[in-house]
Design a protein around this ligand. Structure first.
Ligand code: BG6
Length: 476
């Protein structure tokens, strides 16, 4: 739809950006922190581990001051479960509570609303050792952890996110580094884990509504509109399949408290039906287990064609944004209309608007974007300059689509691109940078880790100061 004029961003729009604990904090074994699955994982050859990352644990004050300088209204970060409970449950680590108390206080002192993800890929290794999400005990460990977070930080944190990209952990856990390589029947086991995570999320939402007055909580999946490769009905059906498996399975459960029917038929066909114990569906359907909003991460759309069941659709699982396929269900297809990043991720700003519209019309809940951004090999030039015009272009185009979606009637209340500060990518190291702030380190040479404002830092500051107006006025 073409509009003569666009609606403005709401006055209280939450401009900010995101990070996650293990990708930014470092201090992986300091002050009583226990190991997580990420700390124990093998990292791809040639890329760094997460031991020091961006050293935010020691530099959080300086970092928050920089976010404040950009004018952030909110900051999305995750709490490392293993700082709070080094073994996942039972014994609390006071130093971990202290760190996040300090970080939250620092944000509030700078008028920045904390937006907290409880769990961003870093399951405590002690729980993994006992089967991780395959073990139902992890459900209650998560609920107990959530309760501890509410009790310690709920007086200051109003916005909570449960699990980051549960769908990517199920579909691309091997790339992200969360997949337990010992699983005998990985797909079946993964959907069992998925069921347990859904229960854990439902319990955390119920507790949030019980314990905290006025707090809001939502899920944080990675959602991409799925296009059919052509208008051939079989391709449209394949897109429908992938949409159900990639997107709606997760949001239907969170928002409606039931399994998506196409995803369920897929489980039946493939032998992936999870074991559901008595009482599980009641917890999932509980009226107080419903989210107050939906947070979602968006990088690109996905395009698929029909898979006839006799092709090589499934050789590997790709990564978060690279779709391979599954025999007889769908097959990844390169969208000829889209450009790709240096890392092979398709760039689709218009698809962002499509995705925003689809989520909103399906669930009718307020939305916040908790990730969106461009990973690139930034270059530090002489005089501490980083000319990341390509990032500005990417973000500008996506913010414009937010504005169009708002004009379409989508209730969007915040935008938090990935990432606030350079951090270590899930599987492509510290050279794949996303931040507004450059961190002076290389893959294996930690240098001085000093913070340098990129060109996008100054640009985003102007975007926020104008409440997005400079984007709308820009006719390019
Ligand atoms: C999302 C994750 O999948 O994408 C982040 O929530 C991640 O943790 C981001 O960093 C970008 O992906 P990558 O693989 O480039 O780090």
């Amino acid at each position: 739809m073409y509009y003569e004029s666009l609606k403005s961003f709401p006055d209280d729009f939450l401009w900010g950006a995101s990070t996650s604990a293990y990708q930014i904090e470092g201090a992986w074994d300091e002050d009583g922190k226990g190991p997580s699955v990420i700390d124990m994982a093998q990292h791809p050859e040639g890329v760094t581990d997460f031991k020091v990352a961006s050293d935010h644990y020691h530099r959080y004050k300086e970092d928050v001051a920089l976010l404040a300088e950009m004018g952030f209204k909110t900051y999305r970060f995750s709490i490392a479960w293993t700082r709070i409970y080094p073994k996942g449950t039972v014994e609390i680590n006071p130093k971990g509570i202290e760190f996040y108390n300090n970080l939250i206080d620092e944000l509030i002192a700078h008028d920045i609303e904390p937006l907290v993800t409880m769990y961003h890929f870093d399951l405590p290794y002690a729980l993994q050792d006992k089967g991780g999400w395959s073990n139902r005990e992890t459900i209650d460990a998560f609920a107990n952890y959530a309760k501890t977070l509410y009790e310690n930080f709920g007086d200051r944190v109003k916005y909570w996110l449960t699990i980051n990209e549960q769908n990517m952990m199920i579909l691309h856990g091997d790339a992200i580094g969360t997949l337990d390589s010992n699983l005998e029947n990985p797909e079946k086991e993964l959907y069992q884990q998925n069921h347990h995570m859904m229960l854990a999320q439902a319990k955390a939402m119920i507790l949030c509504h019980q314990i905290l007055d006025g707090a809001k909580i939502g899920p944080a999946p990675n959602i991409s509109a799925v296009y059919p490769a052509t208008s051939k009905p079989e391709d449209v059906l394949a897109a429908n399949n992938f949409n159900a498996i990639r997107n709606w399975l997760y949001l239907d459960m969170a928002c409606f408290g039931r399994y998506n029917s196409v995803a369920w038929s897929y489980f039946e066909e493939k032998g992936y039906v999870p074991e559901i114990q008595e009482g599980d569906m009641e917890i999932l359907a509980d009226a107080t287990a419903r989210p107050d909003f939906i947070a979602f991460n968006y990088y690109s759309t996905a395009t698929v064609e029909a898979s006839r069941g006799n092709d090589d659709a499934k050789n590997s699982t790709g990564d978060q944004q690279i779709v391979i396929g599954e025999q007889g269900v769908y097959k990844g297809h390169t969208n000829q209309y889209l450009e790709k990043t240096e890392f092979g991720w398709e760039v689709d700003p218009v698809g962002f608007r499509v995705t925003l519209r689809e989520i909103y019309s399906r669930y009718n809940l307020p939305l916040i974007v908790t990730e969106n951004g461009l990973g690139a090999f930034d270059k530090l030039e002489e005089g501490d300059v980083v000319n990341d015009d390509y990032r500005i272009e990417y973000l500008k185009k996506h913010i414009k689509q937010c504005q169009l979606a708002i004009t379409d009637g989508v209730e969007l209340f915040g935008y938090c691109p990935w990432s606030a500060i350079d951090l270590v990518s899930t599987h492509q190291g510290s050279s794949k940078r996303y931040g507004f702030i450059y961190v002076n380190r290389e893959e294996f040479d930690l240098k001085d880790l000093r913070r340098i404002k990129k060109k996008s830092f100054y640009w985003y500051k102007d975007v926020i100061a104008s409440n997005g107006a400079i984007i709308v006025e820009d006719k390019n």
